[in-house]
Design a protein around this ligand. Sequence first.
Ligand SMILES: NC(=O)C1=CN([C@@H]2O[C@H](COP(=O)(O)OP(=O)(O)OC[C@H]3O[C@@H](n4cnc5c(N)ncnc54)[C@H](OP(=O)(O)O)[C@@H]3O)[C@@H](O)[C@H]2O)C=CC1
Ligand SMILES: Cc1cn([C@H]2C[C@H](O)[C@@H](COP(=O)(O)OP(=O)(O)O[C@H]3O[C@@H](C)C(=O)[C@@H](O)[C@H]3O)O2)c(=O)[nH]c1=O
Length: 294
Amino acid sequence: MPAPRILILGATGGLGRALQSHFSPRFQTSTLGRAELDFEKPDTVSAALAGRDFDVLLNAAGMTSPDVCEVEPQRAFLANAVTPQVLAECCQKRGARMVHFSTDYVFSGEPHDVLTEQDETLPVNVYGRTKLAGEQAVLQASPRALVARVSWLFGHFKASHPDNIIQKALQTDDLAAVVDKVSAPTSNADICRWVEQLIISHPDVSGPLHLCNSGIASWHSWAEAALEIAHRLGLPVKTTRVQPIPLASLTQLKAPRPLMTLMSNQKLGGLLGAEIRSWYDALEEYLVEKYQPK
Ligand SMILES: NC(=O)C1=CN([C@@H]2O[C@H](COP(=O)(O)OP(=O)(O)OC[C@H]3O[C@@H](n4cnc5c(N)ncnc54)[C@H](OP(=O)(O)O)[C@@H]3O)[C@@H](O)[C@H]2O)C=CC1
Ligand SMILES: Cc1cn([C@H]2C[C@H](O)[C@@H](COP(=O)(O)OP(=O)(O)O[C@H]3O[C@@H](C)C(=O)[C@@H](O)[C@H]3O)O2)c(=O)[nH]c1=O
């Protein structure tokens, strides 16, 4: 079978840039940016895809700030649900496979065991509701699509919580992070490797699939882990200790956040035939690459 041609949407974002960087040296890859396809204009999708040759469409674009989605629900619905649906319809028509990225925020956050692909979804904010609507619309339009739910991303192309806390700790020892919110931090680089294996070795896998590193973290333990690693790497952080605070104390947030969204990666591990490494190991690798490049 010839190598699939890959079209990446959202290639200016954190995950999209990682996908572009991973796939472009290995596969024939192209991208469509906001100037060519505005996700708030679903009626332009068909024209934007015309003349594009691809076998796999990776959709990492969308309105990703829960707080912006909360105050712009119609725009969020267009970007996160309607346009993905039209993309899926186009993929289905041309026999292409769509990999659509979704989120742990489709779950309610109520106390629960680790969440499997079969567990009930019940988002608590507009972002989660529009992402869930997108999942359902994509799978209805293209049953062979893969809905890749990811959580708490980190990596080279966009600063996230560990980068922010390290930057703060270089200035001050007065740090706080939320302790009662848990999930699995996940490496963008690992997601790229998993997606490549899923595309090449599992062309028939479809439906929701949880793509996350192993282990559990709170925003607090994730922060302290990042600081301990940074300290070990010789960065002059002023502390490795972070004050634990409740999510309820972040009164500036416009969208409610779910508390417990830890997803099971058992199905992913079974498909790949390998243990999925822990978020801690993946975070350590990322910080070594960032602060001690070879
Ligand atoms: N970051 C995280 O922790 C998590 C992310 N996810 C999901 O993973 C995926 C990738 O997230 P992430 O990389 O963080 O996202 P980013 O916010 O970093 O990137 C979003 C991408 O979408 C594009 N985009 C946004 N609005 C539009 C629009 N109207 N038209 C065209 N393009 C648009 C952006 O383009 P531009 O540069 O032009 O703005 C950018 O390329 C998303 O589906 C997200 O829901 C799920 C769970 C956690
Ligand atoms: C981690 C953290 C964030 N914050 C603040 C910073 C920011 O304004 C706000 C939200 O932080 P974050 O952006 O990290 O969290 P959030 O917007 O909830 O991030 C989400 O992104 C979307 C795309 C997802 O799908 C989720 O899985 C999740 O990763 O909370 C704190 O005050 N303390 C903390 O410990």
